[in-house]
Design a protein around this ligand. Structure first.
Ligand SMILES: Cc1cc2nc3c(=O)[nH]c(=O)nc-3n(C[C@H](O)[C@H](O)[C@H](O)COP(=O)(O)OP(=O)(O)OC[C@H]3O[C@@H](n4cnc5c(N)ncnc54)[C@H](O)[C@@H]3O)c2cc1C
Length: 483
């Protein structure tokens, strides 16, 4: 490659300028850099981005385009088949190379292999860099050379292998992109909703690289200090809320890890290790999907291939769950938080998923789909692994007999009912003794609090005890017959 050749930097899930190895390598190699994003949702197969992800993507691309412009460059937006768009841009710009951050989803890997082959035939360099994970899936194996299937030994090995990285700086200027290279208008990608349902998301999130860095700076120290005690409390908001920034690569996961490692060294804070462990769960999810690419669609534990979960997408239970009208306040609060903001607290994600898959016996795929459409952090690896974990059919899964009781969970993790009151205004006036089980509220108290059960707020949609026993029976019988 000559020093003067152009390099296309193909942005995908690395929508940032800081600590971006593909961009950094391009800057070190060539003089002309063509920043490119190709909108190709059809290439994601069954898992095209959902509505909330598209909303985030729109704002993220807008932010990246702004940041590139400030440095003297320009984001080229194209849509269609990735390979065709690349070939066309190579021709227009006489680029000799395409640099990108590696993707690990089955569809992304397939596309990249195809692109690699075709570009190689044209004598174009296609280089992939790790900018998304702490350790790439192939760089960590157990003693027999196999992928890990259990988190704890994976975490131990990860700690041995991962060193605090040197971060790559963001450029302070970039070469311009010739005017003749055309770009689509962002609006043409039609990522935003036609019905304006996104008010809650607009009020909740600042999107983009600077916003992600800001979130890390502003909240990390207090979160690290309190994380061990408060990360399970949805009423306290004791988690980092970095997940969408990490999913879209607006924030470098290595930067977050480095900050945590430094914090651990300087202040010996257990919260730093606890939060680092969560980032390693993220790596683990990608490790699993990479090595077991069917796990987005099929149980990891093949014994569950024919488990009789219900698959009806119009069932009354599923609808009530989606709308936050199950009559279990902690579940409804979570589902409404999700609908309004595109995010839900992790503890509540586990509770709502357990009610759906275990008490209601509904297929985890229907839950995963709903999350896929409504989460701003929807991520194929993390979503699939976690849904399967709760359903009991995944890697390192919660055993089938672990069924979360939403009332007990609510009493434990939202003791004063503040989270419930925040998301279910019709219950706001209920005394704390009834907030976790409103159906027990005496009629006179209901009248005084202006909430009539069964009218203003639903009675529980299922019997917790009976549905739990039924689920246990189903799982036991099924496992016996499948073994
Ligand atoms: C049913 C279910 C579905 C989920 N779907 C997704 C999803 O689509 N996308 C997603 O990013 N997370 C998913 N999670 C994991 C977790 O709920 C979110 O990552 C977390 O709530 C994000 O909030 P935070 O950034 O404040 O987390 P923090 O507690 O501050 O953790 C920091 C980071 O660690 C990672 N992390 C934390 N918990 C997990 C976990 N259990 N598994 C993998 N990575 C984790 C995330 O990247 C997170 O941003 C799911 C969990 C469940 C139970």
């Amino acid at each position: 490659m000559t020093k003067k050749s152009a390099i296309i930097v193909w942005f995908r899930t690395d929508l940032r300028l800081h600590d971006n190895p593909a961009l950094y390598a391009a800057l070190n190699h060539g003089e002309r850099i063509i920043p490119l994003y190709i909108h190709a949702p059809h290439e994601e197969g069954r898992w095209q981005p959902g509505a909330a992800s598209r909303w985030w993507l729109h704002h993220s691309l807008s932010s990246l385009a702004r940041d590139l412009k400030q440095l003297g460059s320009r984001l080229i937006l194209r849509a269609g088949n990735s390979l065709e768009q690349l070939q066309q841009l190579v021709e227009e710009t006489a680029a000799a190379s395409v640099f990108a951050t590696r993707c690990y989803t089955p569809a992304g890997t397939k596309r990249d292999n195809h692109v690699q082959q075709a570009l190689q035939d044209l004598n174009i360099d296609f280089k992939l860099y790790n900018g998304n994970l702490l350790l790439e899936p192939d760089s960590i194996r157990n003693k027999s050379g196999q992928p890990y299937k259990v988190f704890t030994p994976y975490w131990r090995a990860h700690q041995q292998l991962f060193n605090s990285p040197a971060l790559l700086p963001a450029p302070d200027q970039l070469p311009s992109v010739p005017n003749r290279v055309s770009s689509m208008a962002l609006a043409k990608l039609e990522l935003l909703p036609t019905q304006p349902w996104d008010k809650g998301m607009r009020q909740t999130w600042q999107v983009g690289e600077q916003a992600g860095i800001q979130q890390l700076r502003l909240h990390s120290q207090e979160i690290i200090a309190d994380y061990p005690d408060s990360h399970d409390r949805p009423d306290i908001d004791g988690t980092s809320r970095l997940s969408p920034y990490l999913h879209f690569g607006e924030l470098s996961v290595r930067q977050v890890a480095k900050m945590l490692i430094q914090s651990r060294q300087q202040h010996a804070r257990p919260g730093a290790t606890a939060l680092l462990r969560q980032l390693v769960w993220r790596d683990f999810a990608h490790h699993i999907l990479w090595h077991f690419p069917t796990t987005s669609d099929k149980p990891f534990d093949a014994r569950y291939n024919h488990f009789p979960w219900q698959r009806r997408s119009n069932s009354r239970l599923l609808k009530a769950w989606q709308q936050g009208l199950t009559g279990f306040p902690i579940v409804d609060a979570g589902m409404r938080q999700l609908w309004q903001t595109g995010w839900m607290h992790n503890r509540v994600r586990m509770i709502v998923a357990s009610l759906l898959t275990k008490n209601a016996g509904i297929h985890w795929q229907l839950g995963a789909r709903w999350f896929w459409d409504t989460l701003v952090d929807a991520d194929l690896a993390q979503n699939s692994m976690n849904w399967q974990w709760v359903a009991g059919c995944g890697v390192d899964a919660a055993p089938y007999f672990r069924i979360f009781n939403p009332v007990l969970q609510s009493q434990k993790f939202d003791p004063r009912g503040e989270y419930i009151r925040r998301w279910i205004p019709e219950l706001a006036g209920l005394p704390t003794e009834y907030i976790h089980q409103p159906e027990l509220t005496p009629p006179l108290v209901q009248q005084a609090c202006k909430v009539i059960l069964g009218s203003d707020y639903p009675e529980p949609i299922l019997d917790l005890k009976a549905s739990r026993e039924q689920a246990l029976l189903n799982y036991r019988q099924y496992i016996r017959s499948a073994s």
